[in-house]
Write a protein of this length. Sequence first.
Length: 421
Amino acid sequence: MLDIKFIRENKDLIKEGARKKHISFDVDELLAVDDKRRALLVSIEAKRATQNEYSEKIIKADTESKAKFVEEMKELKTVLQKEEEELKDVMKSWQMLMIHVPNIPDISVPEGESDVDNKEIRTWGEIPKLDFKAKDHIELMENLDMLDLERGAKTAGFRGYFLKNDGALLSFALWHFLLEHFMKKGGFTPMMVPSLIKRDALLGTGYLPQGEEDLYKTQDGDYLAGTGEAGAMAYHMDETLDRTKFPIKILAFSPCFRREAGSHGKDVKGLYRVHEFFKFEQVVLCEANHETSVALHEEINRNAEEMLEALKLPYRVVVNCGGDLGLGQVKKYDIEVWRPGHGTYGETHSASYFHDFQTRRLNIRYKDVDGKMKFAHSLNNTALAFPRILISIVENYQQADGTILVPEVLHSYMGKGVIKK
RNA sequence: GGAGAGAUGGAUGAGUGGUUUAAAUCAACGGUUUACUAAACCGUCGUCCCUUAAUUGGGACCGUGGGUUCAAAUCCCACUCUCUCCGCCA
């Protein structure tokens, strides 16, 4: 959500932002509703002032004028009530429009319609040249009894999976490694956050109302979050934060659930796109300052790159184009890791910053040096997502004989250097 | 699942229909005094919205949402959350 005053004064910026994001939004309609809202507000508040004035008069008046005043106030009340009803309706459409106002993308965001227009900004590592035909992760993992998709489908349905033996151990090894890496780095509060959460948390982070289709919902009206970001951000909902504690960095672990509505027929095989997975997510809150947001955005993206470099996985970073940005995102980097079995890069990380778009919705504020209340800035990035990251590991570390080498940094956690039958 | 109690500003806590524009105390901040510190004294001390040249004027907010009334923190209804006890339970 953006500040209505800002929207009023920067109508053209909003229009231009929506165009760049390929989101259709009618600013003029919002401003017309806002004019109505303000006019009603002024009128209602003037009537309430009169009411307050008469309230005092009535106490002091004699019986005769008292009856007269009460009569006058009865009349005023009918008009007031009518206007209040009207305002209620206006507020409904006002709020509906307000949560659909897209945040303005950064100048450095490239033009484009979808992910094919994203721009590569750097690559790291060498794409391995194998002297044998690369297998994909499904074949590799099933051969080594690390993965069971058939029983996954039997038990959990479409996109279901079991990780077993070294598949499970490799995941746990990665969790350990990641935790140790981030704790050594310092500054992050490790958290296990709820995935079964209330609507407010998802509305506040910007996943609702647009993402309704992609979310699982319970019979109690709660939702299953698609990312730990929602729970981690909602942690500070309706709070006034201590500015001296900034930046607040959270390393959130949670199960994640996605219906993948609209992705039917896409990545239908294997572990790339599943309904249920686990993710470590970096979530950051900082002071309301563009430069600070930008610096932290680079930092949390770098954190993810460090993990991949430690695992010696070739990757590239792309800056997402306007059409591939969410409603609230100002700028986004995706990290994509090489997958020899597919011969392509596959997205594993997504780092974005929002300015105060999320914190305004979640009401997360702090008192500035000069005593003014401000909405904090927020950012987030994947730390590591499972089982998706396993794809790149097993495919990059595969050997001609079908065995898989264990990345060196994981040896101590796995208790072995090679996965074989 | 059952029974009961409760929710007021940063904290404690008064307030059961109209001089409450939410008392008081503590904390915090500024000042006076002091060689310094403390004490004492004086002052400031919420958030949001509309409006204004303005720190101008007005309005809203006592868990949330409705209702009654000329007038609601106060009365009525629903809900949420917290606490205590019982039951069930990884």
